[in-house]
Design a protein around this ligand. Structure first.
Ligand code: KG4
Ligand code: ZN
Length: 367
């Protein structure tokens, strides 16, 4: 850290959330997210042109609100960090163009951030009890110890220790990443077709549930039992494949509704519980394998699907059995948000890793 606090504005517009956040060093001051769920709900997925238009409408009020809630003015900022990719090109263009203009007008450094690295670095965001009202850190870490006043557990460090493994699971990506330092990450394995979030959303669509269906499957699962079996697709090393599971699910629904048109309604909760368990098992199997092979026992999960209660519980259980220290971000930092972009921006700011005004978005962006 530097002597004086650093204020970073983060901007996120890669998919269907328009978000702006302010960090004071690693501390979260504000994190405003304007979601577009109601716009895309009845199309069964994100409609790129509608997403771009909604970002255009929301970006200025969302940034104004983020500064307002942080109780600072734009003149207090030290840098502007933005998501360069990966994501939808039209959606990214809105955030990138805004960030460039804003930074140029204020003569601030501009910092490009890879969205997937942002998801991982969300584990290093700290939250003040007074500001967030929910504890200084919310990662459920087995490293937490009671504070000296005998109050709630306080973390004895910020975020996972290096090196750690992060299972990053979102609507567009599924990766196991070896994180050696804040800005030094290696993808050990990733999906070769659909992402875990897509596997949730597509199954929800097949069942007639609105987009995004992941959270609905999670909710329904809580009332159901694991009674149906789905195949575990084979994939080499730490890679994943979910497209075969989606097809198996579609066939399963078609076969059963042909016999009984009321099949989905009668068995909704059990179908969800069984399908969710299959996805969680596939993810955890590879994560256990990666931990065994690398010897790394600091294990984190991040991305929208890390909000899934089945995955969170399974990580804690598997972690106990395997002697892992496990890290789960608070729900508000799992799904897309600009605080994760601002924290990545903070670490890049410390290294003076700045972008110039010629920068353009990348729909596909390697680490
Ligand atoms: O990280 P994210 O917000 O956006 C992307 O970068 O894609 O992840 C969105 C994905 C969606 O597929 C959504 O259905 C899924 O995360 N998701 C969940 C849950 N909450 C969000 N999937 C399962 N259970 C949840 N509770
Ligand atoms: Zn994301």
């Amino acid at each position: 850290m530097t002597d004086k606090p650093v204020f970073i504005l983060g901007i996120e517009s890669s998919c269907d959330e328009t978000s702006a956040a302010v960090l004071k060093d690693t501390q979260l001051l504000s994190n405003i997210v304007a979601t577009q769920d109601t716009i895309h709900r009845f199309y069964g997925g994100v409609v790129p042109e509608l997403a771009s238009r909604a970002h255009q409408q929301k970006i200025i009020p969302v940034v104004a609100e983020a500064l307002n809630r942080a109780n600072i003015t734009k003149n207090d900022l030290h840098a502007v960090a933005f998501t360069r990719g990966p994501g939808l090109m039209g959606a990214l263009l809105v955030g990138v163009s805004f960030a460039k203009s804003f930074a140029q007008a204020l003569e601030l450094p501009l910092i490009e951030v890879n969205h997937m690295q942002g998801h991982i670095l969300a584990h290093f965001i700290t939250q003040e009890r007074a500001a967030g009202g929910s504890g200084s850190r919310q990662s459920q870490s087995s490293n937490q110890k009671p504070n000296s006043k005998g109050g709630n557990p306080q973390p004895d460090h910020q975020g996972p220790r290096f090196p750690f493994l992060c299972l990053t699971v979102s609507g567009g990506h599924t990766q196991i990443v070896l994180v050696k330092d804040h800005l030094d990450m290696e993808i050990l394995g990733e999906t070769k077709d659909d992402a875990a979030g897509e596997a949730f959303d597509k199954a929800a669509k097949i069942m007639g549930l609105p987009y995004p269906g992941g959270i609905l499957i999670d909710r329904l699962s809580k009332e159901g039992k694991v009674v149906f079996k789905f195949p575990h697709p084979q994939s080499p090393g730490y890679h994943f494949s979910f497209s075969g599971l989606k097809t198996a699910f579609l066939n399963f629904i078609n076969e059963n509704t042909a016999k009984d048109p009321g099949f989905i309604e009668k068995n909704k909760a059990d179908i969800c519980a069984s399908y969710q368990k299959t996805i969680v098992d596939i993810l955890m199997h590879k994560l256990v394998q990666a931990s065994r092979d690398t010897g790394v026992k600091e294990i984190a999960i991040s991305g929208g699907v890390s909000a899934n209660s089945g995955l969170r519980n399974e990580l804690l259980d598997t972690g106990k059995k395997n002697g892992w220290n496990t890290y789960i971000a608070p729900l508000s930092l799992c799904t897309d948000n600009a605080a994760m972009i601002a924290i990545a921006g903070y670490y890049k700011y410390l290294k003076k890793d700045f972008a110039d005004q010629h920068i353009t978005p990348l729909a596909r962006m390697p680490f």
